[in-house]
Design a protein around this ligand. Structure first.
Ligand code: E4P
Length: 217
């Protein structure tokens, strides 16, 4: 399973990248706004800055909702760097645009996916990635990870090549459960990635080893 970081914060992206296990980045307009970025030029520069840190897929989301607008915006985003993946919402014109991008060799990430039916449509259009939002599903008292498993089963049975990118990750346990049910990628906040490191027995064991090593000096 690949690890993407779900942020537009350059310090966090750098920290995750330095771990050596980062396979990409996802952003969305809310994450970009959180960084205080204003204006088209600043947005473009920020995407370029991310691409210069992580030489791997970086999802940049369109804000148009009509076919022509999504295609125009996507072409501009894709021209920023060869690692840009155009992130397109799961709407009718979005599906049409994903098919256009597929036919024109531009990678896509179909976002705001909450059902298996939507995931089938994204795969039919040739999306490179499909992003089911598992945390937001959990927020509504459903099990988001179950949806990842369902999509994984369908894609395997039908031979779809779209990669399942589990998004809206809230906890380290989400990452483990997504790995169990066949997610191809998890895009996570830095805290959830670092949370995977933690176990009290590791801390206790290390403290003991270090103290015993000291007693031998
Ligand atoms: C990433 O591609 C999604 O936009 C993101 O994971 C959504 O996360 P949220 O539900 O925490 O906003």
């Amino acid at each position: 399973m690949k690890f993407f970081i779900d942020t537009a914060n350059l310090a966090q992206i750098t920290e995750a990248n330095e771990l050596g296990i980062l396979d990409g980045v996802t952003t969305n307009p809310s994450l970009m706004a959180k960084e205080g970025i204003k204006g088209t030029e600043a947005v473009m520069k920020h995407y370029k800055d991310i691409c210069d840190i992580v030489h791997a897929p970086v999802s940049a989301e369109v804000i148009s909702t009509d076919f022509a607008g999504i295609v125009e915006e996507g072409k501009i985003l894709a021209a920023i760097d060869s690692n840009i993946v155009v992130k397109v919402p799961m709407i009718k014109d979005g599906i049409k645009a994903i098919k256009w991008f597929t036919d024109n060799n531009i990678k896509t990430n179909c976002t705001l996916v909450f059902s298996a039916g939507q995931a089938i449509l994204a795969a039919k259009a040739g999306a490179t990635y499909v992003s089911p939002f598992i945390g937001r599903i959990d927020d509504g008292n459903w099990d988001g990870v179950e949806l990842i498993g369902q999509i994984s089963h369908i894609y395997k049975m039908q031979g779809f090549e779209t990669q399942i990118l589990a998004a809206s990750i809230r906890t380290s346990l989400h990452i483990v459960r997504c790995a169990e049910v066949g997610a191809d990628v998890c895009t996570c906040p830095l805290s959830s990635i670092l949370g995977l490191l933690k176990h009290p027995l590791t801390d206790l064991g290390l403290a003991q080893f270090l103290s015993d090593a000291k007693s031998m000096q």
